[in-house]
Design a protein around this ligand. Structure first.
Ligand code: AMP
Length: 604
């Protein structure tokens, strides 16, 4: 794939969107043929389709008839063999260049997702569609800068055969496509490149915020990849604005910045003291109430860009608070390690109405209808899916729910990504998809994706600590508390003391319950522990509730129409009423006393 050919700009990009939305089905078919033709010698495809058939017969029909719909576990043996040094040709004709560590996990470890060199061109292509779309709605964005606070994660070592293992964004920011991007006005970020790739998040954050503040009068766009990351930056600013102002006042970077890349890239920006600017910022930040602070610090900002859909929707109220509801919240793209999917062609729509148009040259998309022909949002079990149950882009129906399934150049065939989407409209002939949820995720704060099963396993291990004290965990549920930054998991525990000498609700031993908090955390998956360690998630909290609380919760749900015979305690609380009920019954609260152990693990 030729990267240059894909750099659509301005009008050309908008024309390309028109073409793609009118001819999506044809583009998809031709892309699938290309994938199958390129990869026809691979061990994986050969297992299902005879080589000859891929040349002579209707390849798409052969593919749909014989290639199974799979989950990660089914492709894992191939990925492991490649990670251990066998040829990429097990699954793809092109050399695999990296194994991306997805935030989805398998057996507690991050899923490893193969990519090939030209995937970075494909991803750049999708990014390049975003600014022309934005400019259509908010003209003049190329007359100023973007303060996009992006961060890389420290590299997770390499596979045994030396392939880099890193997150999708780390891979993108370190790619030549990003480093050597054309220096166009729409590409003009306040953060110097070296501050963005600094893996010490505090140093990176400090420098990027200083840079954003230095350019406060030129900044037209604010953002971060995810809403949680942007709020974390605001929280950092709340705690550290004096030190940031000091750097601006003195023209000298704080001594705690030891990263050489950060120091050298910031030195030109802070070449002379700027007490006037420091005074302006001090005046704004000294206010007690930070409602609308973003519009004061960056008075020309026109919107905030971040993922605000799915589990990030919980952060919308906080973003609206800090911008006093004056800045549109814009969710521009829907992407994953496996494949970039789509863009939002109506970027100013309300956060609740955000829909994505799939970009048909990213990968081949198929859709598994959920429930009865896509009409119901159920069916989350990992069941075997008959090959003919999937529909293609041209056959999805308005209002229906689907799990997205993808086939990529890098060797994923009919791979269930795990995301549930709903068709909410059409643009030209292209369906518009609303992101509904990640399958099986019960609670999430950042890019962690904790399933009901993982939560249950963790609680099961932790509750054993109560047994020596003649106490039992009767019931539990959870809630992602995003009211403070970083957000944290809250578990509501109803505990029964069965020693008749002890009264119900007698004081609980703090150490035991704190230990329960940390044991839950240590049992949660790798991504959770990683995000806890780097501070993206705060310490887990257990709120002990009065006896009888979960009965009251059941009464509440039944009064709202739940069936008594089918009632199951929800493992995560979604409604304010239920949350208020639980909070009104809290007798004590305990936090995890330390960060859980986290070690990068090699693939085995
Ligand atoms: P990762 O592979 O770790 O980058 O995670 C990708 C996953 O993040 C996707 O499969 C979705 O579940 C979620 N995701 C990505 N973009 C969005 C979005 N715009 N809205 C909601 N969820 C998203």
């Amino acid at each position: 794939m030729d990267g240059k050919k894909l750099e659509y700009k301005g009008e050309a990009a908008l024309k390309e969107i028109e073409r793609m939305t009118k001819n999506g089905v044809e583009i998809q078919e031709s892309l699938l043929k290309q994938i199958l033709t390129q990869n026809r010698e691979t061990e994986y495809l050969n297992k299902y389709i005879k080589k000859g058939d891929l040349v002579t017969t209707d390849v798409i029909a052969e593919f749909k008839l014989h290639v199974p719909v799979i989950s990660y576990e089914e492709i894992l043996p191939y990925i492991q063999r490649i990670a251990n040094g066998e040829a990429s040709s097990l699954i793809t004709a092109q050399p695999i260049t990296e194994m991306l560590c997805s935030s989805g996990t398998s057996g507690g470890k991050p899923k490893l997702v193969p990519i090939v060199a030209e995937d970075l061109d494909r991803r750049t292509f999708l990014y390049n569609l975003i600014m022309p779309i934005m400019n259509k709605y908010i003209p003049g964005l190329d007359e100023g800068k973007a303060m996009f606070l992006n961060f890389v994660k420290s590299e997770m070592s390499t596979t045994p055969c030396g392939l880099p293992m890193r997150s999708v964004l780390t891979s993108f920011y370190k790619s030549k496509q990003f480093k050597c991007r054309p220096r166009e006005p729409w590409n003009d970020f306040t953060s110097p490149y070296q501050t963005l790739i600094c893996t010490d998040i505090n140093q990176s954050m400090h420098c990027q915020l200083v840079a954003g503040l230095v350019h406060r009068h030129q900044v037209l766009r604010l953002g971060a990849s995810f809403a949680s990351a942007f709020l974390r930056a605001i929280s950092f600013l709340e705690r550290n604005w004096m030190s940031l102002c000091e750097d601006i006042r003195s023209g000298q970077l704080s001594s705690f910045i030891t990263d050489l890349g950060c120091r050298s890239s910031m030195s030109a920006m802070l070449s002379s003291p700027n007490p006037r600017l420091a005074d302006e910022i001090t005046k704004i930040c000294s206010q007690k109430c930070w409602k609308g602070i973003l519009c004061q610090l960056w008075p020309k900002a026109k919107y905030i860009e971040a993922v605000i859909t799915g589990s990030m929707a919980q952060y919308v109220p906080a973003l609206q608070y800090y911008s006093d509801g004056k800045l549109p919240l814009v969710c521009t793209r829907y992407a994953s390690s496996e494949c970039y999917f789509g863009v939002n062609i109506k970027p100013l729509s309300d956060p609740a109405d955000v829909a994505f148009t799939l970009v048909p040259n990213m990968g081949y998309f198929e859709f598994l209808p959920l429930g009865d022909n896509g009409t119901l949002l159920i069916d989350f079990e990992e069941v075997h899916v008959p090959n003919d149950k999937l529909v293609d882009l041209g056959n999805v129906k308005l209002g229906c729910f689907y799990e997205i399934v993808v086939t990529t150049f890098a060797g994923l065939y009919r791979y269930r990504v795990g995301d549930v989407l709903q068709v909410v409209g059409f643009y030209n002939k292209a369906p518009q998809f609303r992101f509904i949820c990640r399958k099986n995720v019960v609670i999430s704060i950042d890019s962690d994706k904790t399933s009901e099963e993982d939560l249950h396993k963790s609680v099961t291990v932790a509750k054993k600590l109560l047994e020596p004290y003649d106490t039992l965990l009767v019931e539990y549920t959870s809630y992602p508390d995003a009211s403070s930054v970083p957000g944290h998991y809250v578990l509501y525990w109803e505990i029964l003391h069965y020693d008749s000498k002890m009264e119900l609700g007698a004081p609980l031993d703090t150490n035991v319950l704190e230990e329960c908090c940390i044991v839950v955390e240590e049992q949660l998956d790798y991504i959770y522990r990683l995000l806890r360690t780097d501070g993206s998630i705060g310490p887990l909290e257990i709120r002990v509730v009065e006896a009888g609380t979960f009965d009251a919760l059941m009464d509440l749900f039944i009064s709202q129409g739940a069936s008594i015979s089918q009632y199951k305690t929800p493992r995560c609380i979604k409604t304010n009423k239920a949350l208020n009920l639980l909070n009104s019954k809290v007798v004590a609260s305990f936090f995890s006393p330390r960060v859980p152990e986290w070690k990068p693990k090699k693939v085995d």
